[in-house]
Design a protein around this ligand. Structure first.
Ligand code: XIL
Length: 391
């Protein structure tokens, strides 16, 4: 009964963004994060508190993160699990251009906002407060992307029935957008962000060309270079600038990505490549490892695993296979790290299978009831086989 009342209080406080107040009533936690002092003396047992902690196991290797959506923070057990397992997070959707660009304000005075569209940060507020209160660092995701970016941004008068904006105007909008986001991060959340996906998914899937998109159509072939140039100009202190993509391990796609990032690297404007890693047990860990080495060597950048999920296959024993694969995959990451490849963060794309963007493929490491799956123990066993023993 007492637990139920506390849970309701915690949920109410979390929903109003008061993570630290809620935390006062929970049991003491073992996180090494610096702001944990704010959340000590807690009294509720979390559903998952006895598990090995990924962030503790890999504390000397890299940040361990997850994608977070605001509603998950209203679920106390899920919120506690995030705090136990992760020391980094990415907003799953709330920092994408369609969340940050403020259409209403921009359209209210087109002349005023013509070169600098208005922005607001309401959507990500609760997640960032949660991160700050609990000592998680954040990956910014994402600035320049073909998807989840409103079409009106690319039109001269912000009117999709009118003409597309020309190169000069779009360069101004791109620069001012990046500047506004980075200045907000620096002013409102100094030290919170450690990396930012400046350009996301610019490579075409068939190889040899950049993906066709409105950034390419309006600015032209050098839009990626320009995005990184502006990002470098305004980057908040301590933030690494990333290019991020899926299937970035596939040979053709990798060569294409390296090709268009070469000038960016030569200009000194990129720090990292993000391997999204929406994969399945089919993904060959040897060629994946080769790709990671090649990015590091050819571009002189660090690497992050930014969105790992491992789709199930169609077999009856898919859970075991997924678990075995997760271990093998993680052993490869550890091997690369031990060779000296600078892998600085490792993020899984969500918390539970049922909240995954690919929920039909059960690709994550906890099931819908927050029970750890064999894939969770695979990630643990790669580092510490003893800790992964369940009996
Ligand atoms: C996905 C989110 O998980 C979904 O909730 C949303 O509907 C679509 O975007 N690559 C990326 C992520 O860079 O931003 C995407 O996230 C998954 C693929």
């Amino acid at each position: 009964m007492k637990k139920q009342i506390l849970l309701i209080m915690c949920a109410a406080l979390m929903l109003s963004g008061c993570a630290s107040a809620a935390d006062k009533d929970k049991k003491t936690e073992n996180s090494s994060a610096s702001s944990q002092s704010k959340s000590s003396n807690t009294t509720i047992d979390s559903k998952t508190s006895g598990l090995p902690s990924l962030k503790d196991l890999y504390a000397d290797d890299f940040y361990v993160g997850t994608a977070v959506s605001p509603y998950q923070l209203g679920d106390i057990d899920c919120m506690l699990l995030i705090k136990e397992q992760f020391n980094s997070m990415t907003c799953e959707n709330e920092m994408k251009p369609d969340s940050i660009l403020d259409k209403q304000t921009t359209l209210s005075d087109i002349d005023k906002y013509r070169e600098a569209p208005a922005v607001h940060f309401d959507s990500c507020r609760s997640q960032l407060e949660f991160a700050e209160e609990n000592g998680l660092k954040v990956r910014g995701h994402t600035l320049v992307w073909y998807s989840q970016t409103p079409e009106w941004l690319f039109y001269k008068d912000y009117d999709t029935n009118g003409e597309l904006a020309d190169r000069e105007l779009m360069l101004k909008r791109m620069e001012n957008y990046i500047k506004a986001v980075f200045e907000w991060a620096d002013t409102e959340h100094p030290g919170l962000f450690y990396a930012w996906d400046v350009v996301n998914e610019a490579a075409a899937d068939q190889g040899q060309a950049k993906r066709d998109c409105l950034w390419l159509q309006t600015i032209g072939d050098d839009y990626i270079e320009k995005a990184f140039e502006f990002a470098r100009k305004y980057q908040p202190e301590g933030v690494k600038l990333y290019y991020n993509d899926y299937n970035a391990f596939q040979m053709n796609k990798q060569l294409e990505i390296i090709d268009f990032l070469k000038p960016v690297a030569e200009a000194g404007n990129i720090d990292g490549v993000g391997m999204q890693s929406h994969i399945g047990t089919w993904c060959d860990t040897e060629s994946y490892g080769e790709a990671v080495r090649r990015y590091n060597k050819e571009l002189g950048v660090e690497i992050s695993i930014t969105e790992l999920d491992i789709s199930k296959d169609n077999s009856d024993d898919w859970e075991k296979k997924q678990g075995d694969y997760a271990q093998k995959y993680m052993e490869k990451i550890i091997q690369l790290k031990n060779e000296g490849v600078p892998i600085t963060s490792f993020t899984v794309w969500g918390v539970t299978d049922t909240s995954s963007w690919k929920k039909q493929e059960s690709p994550l490491f906890f099931d819908g009831n927050l029970n750890p799956k064999p894939s969770f123990y695979g990630l643990v066993a790669a580092k510490d086989p003893e800790a992964a023993k369940t009996e």
